[in-house]
Design a protein around this ligand. Sequence first.
Ligand SMILES: [Zn+2]
Length: 136
Amino acid sequence: MNDLDKLFEAARAVRERAYAPYSDFLVGAALRTPDGTVFTGCNVENASYPVSVCAEGGAVSAMVAAGYREIAEAVVIGDAALCTPCGMCRQRLKEFGMPELVVHVADLNGIRRSFTMDELLPAAFELEDKSNNRKD
Ligand SMILES: [Zn+2]
């Protein structure tokens, strides 16, 4: 199993843990750091809908909490034709994505499309110097 297959399987597995009683739309995300460490997240809904957290948000939080700051590759999986990250999550991924980050969008059968961050979020909002936010 190659790295991308492992990332897909991690996203598919965590998707099964999603808490989505309101939408019944389960999403999983898996992020790989440059050293090969994988972090995952699933969507967690709330009766107060805006409180809900996307799968990508959970994965990014887990990664940052573990001391990592860079995403080399990502898989997002949902049971939809094309479960691309929402606008907020595109910005989340951009913050920590390496320049060559590719975000693979999958359904339950496999990866459907792959996007660079420039394709997902052209002209992204960025402060000029992120060095204060990064861990060396
Ligand atoms: Zn999102």
